[in-house]
Design a protein around this ligand. Structure first.
Ligand SMILES: [Zn+2]
Length: 111
């Protein structure tokens, strides 16, 4: 159980002081607890997690750390910005080629 959350007296306001769930910027932590249930602590001010679940974290700061975080879930590169752009470019070429071919066929039938 998470010490800041009292089951018998749950918080009525988020960390920013807004009444429960009324402001778009105020959040409940929602991190998955060891019991598998969402954490119900108010998130830290301006953050989406409570202090126990990463709300204090500043994230990766150094270029190496940011790159490591970026690559942590990298699998095969199928969905990278570059791969998607390349598929779009190829699809566009194919579309133009089909249009061109359709015009040639149409013109040849009119003759
Ligand atoms: Zn939490």
């Amino acid at each position: 159980m998470n010490p800041p959350y009292n089951v018998l007296n749950p918080p009525k306001r988020c960390a920013a002081g807004h009444p429960l769930g009324t402001e778009p910027g105020c959040h409940w932590c929602g991190a998955r607890t060891r019991a598998g249930t969402p954490c119900q602590c108010p998130a830290m001010r301006g953050r989406r997690r409570c202090a126990l679940h990463g709300g204090k974290s500043t994230g990766a700061r150094t270029p190496e750390g940011r790159e490591r975080a970026r690559m942590a879930n990298y699998r095969h590169g199928e969905y990278t910005k570059e791969a998607k752009a390349e598929r779009r470019r190829q699809a566009e070429i194919l579309r133009l080629a089909r249009e061109c071919l359709a015009e040639i066929i149409k013109a040849s039938r009119e003759v």
